[in-house]
Design a protein around this ligand. Structure first.
Ligand SMILES: *Cc1c(COP(=O)(O)O)cnc(C)c1O
Length: 433
């Protein structure tokens, strides 16, 4: 696989990270290496592994051959130099930030964030002495005014969950780079099939693989992908953790030891080793099954969501519809620039004319849709964001995050679209009464 960098996304989704068959057993499927540790050949081998003098497996908190296939595959699909699997998407985001930010530092985040990320950035990171400054996702020109010597990164989402605004990745990456900062992006909603942020200048891509990558709502997982593009050494004053001797690891200088993979190497050997939000090999394997059909499922998610959005647009009980695939959507033009042209993902949000309470009635009247806090399942899902995922936010924060009180978010599944629309139709009829 490594010899075929020209394989396209669909081929990488099925093959990347796995040689023809398992060298130990000839197993064609990726084997599940359900082991905590690996034997050393002798004491010298053990010492060399610990000193990073040679590659090899030590302990599954740090690395695992099944998880390695998952990491290599996601890195290949995103076009990065390396990836780190994490127990959840939340862990991936936490590590992506903590890998370069310490107490006394700050980060800048585009304000339309996934609810969990919003809470992490504005509350939990504050406990660690890291301040988050929120910025309007449509105004990269404002970045310079928010950045100071203690700023360490800029963070955004490709298709923001739940407002479904699409960000101008090229503009944000350029604005960040002009200020000597890496641009990090959560590509969960788009997946590498619909957007490859690294091609638009992003330096680090994070995923909740729990969603479309796994695709069936069964297993938690996350990933951090390092583009290998950010020159940490050129900004050593801002990133001493990356470009000066690291006392926590034999005084290694990560930019010297790992070159373009410095960031992801440090994330694994410092953060993952010392804090341990490790992806289980079993979950890596389950999510790999999902990734093999990512492109096929995403085609159907996109097609169904487009039809649902168009249906909702014409309904008198519906006040507004957010779907970047709609011609007159505010973000349609940006979406056509930053996405791959294969679709606009499976999320649709809309407001009911009858307001907040009608949102709750609608959710309860649906029969095919499951009422739960998840997205990216083969099954259609629904949630009323203001009373659930974003319930910790005050009114002002809700508006900044793009969550209207009457907003309902659909994660349109891959069922027959006529059945999906019929269910929405009967629920809207109930809501209208
Ligand atoms: C779900 C989600 C996360 C968090 O991922 P988990 O796997 O649930 O920890 C982060 N970002 C986005 C956009 C998400 O939808």
């Amino acid at each position: 696989m490594a010899d075929h960098p020209t394989y396209q996304l669909e081929t990488l989704a099925v093959h990347a990270g796995q040689e023809e068959s398992d060298p130990a057993t000839n197993s064609r499927a990726v084997p599940i290496y359900q082991t905590a540790a690996y034997t050393f050949d002798d004491s010298k081998h053990a010492a060399d592994l610990f000193a990073l003098a040679r590659p090899g497996n030590i302990y599954t908190r740090l690395m695992n051959p099944t998880t390695n296939v998952y990491e290599t595959r996601i890195a290949a699909m995103e076009g990065g130099v390396g990836a780190l699997g994490t127990a959840t998407g939340a862990a991936a985001i936490t590590y992506a930030v903590l890998n370069v930010a310490s107490a006394g530092d700050n980060i800048v985040a585009l304000s339309t964030l996934y609810g969990g990320t919003f809470a992490l950035f504005t509350h939990t990171l504050v406990q660690f002495g890291i301040e988050c400054r929120l910025i309007d996702p449509d105004r990269p020109g404002d970045l310079a005014g928010l950045v100071d010597d203690h700023t360490r990164l800029v963070f955004g989402e490709t298709i923001c969950n739940p407002k479904l605004n699409v960000i101008d990745i090229d503009a944000w990456a350029k604005a960040s780079h002009d200020l000597g900062l890496p641009f990090m992006i959560d590509n969960t909603v788009a997946t590498p099939y619909l957007c490859r942020p690294i091609e638009h200048g992003a330096d680090v891509v994070v995923h909740s693989a729990t969603k479309y990558m796994g695709g069936h709502g069964t297993s938690m997982g996350g990933a951090i992908v390092d583009a290998g593009t950010f020159d940490w050494a050129a900004h050593a004053d801002r990133f001493p953790v990356m470009a000066t001797p690291d006392a926590s690891y034999h005084d290694v200088v990560w930019t010297d030891a790992a070159g373009p993979a410095a960031y992801i190497t440090r994330a694994r050997t410092v953060l993952m080793r010392n804090t341990g939000a490790t992806l289980s090999p079993m979950n890596a394997w389950i999510i790999l099954q999902g990734i093999e059909s990512l492109h096929v499922r995403m085609d159907r998610h996109c097609e169904n969501a487009q039809k649902v959005a168009e249906y909702l647009l014409g309904h008198p009980a519906v006040a507004w519809v957010n779907y970047p695939g709609l011609e007159d959507n505010e973000y349609h033009e940006v979406a056509d620039r930053v996405l791959t042209g294969k679709g606009y993902s499976g999320l649709v949000s809309f407001g009911l004319t009858a307001g907040r309470q009608a949102g709750a009635t609608f959710v309860e009247a649906l029969q095919l849709f499951s009422h739960l806090a998840n997205i990216g399942d083969a099954k259609s899902l629904v949630i009323h964001s203001a009373s659930t995922t974003h319930s910790q936010l005050n009114d002002q924060e809700l508006i900044a995050a793009g969550v209207a009180p009457e907003m309902v978010r659909l994660s349109v599944g891959i069922e027959n679209v006529d059945d999906i629309i019929a269910d929405i139709d009967q629920a809207l009829a109930v809501t209208g009464k």
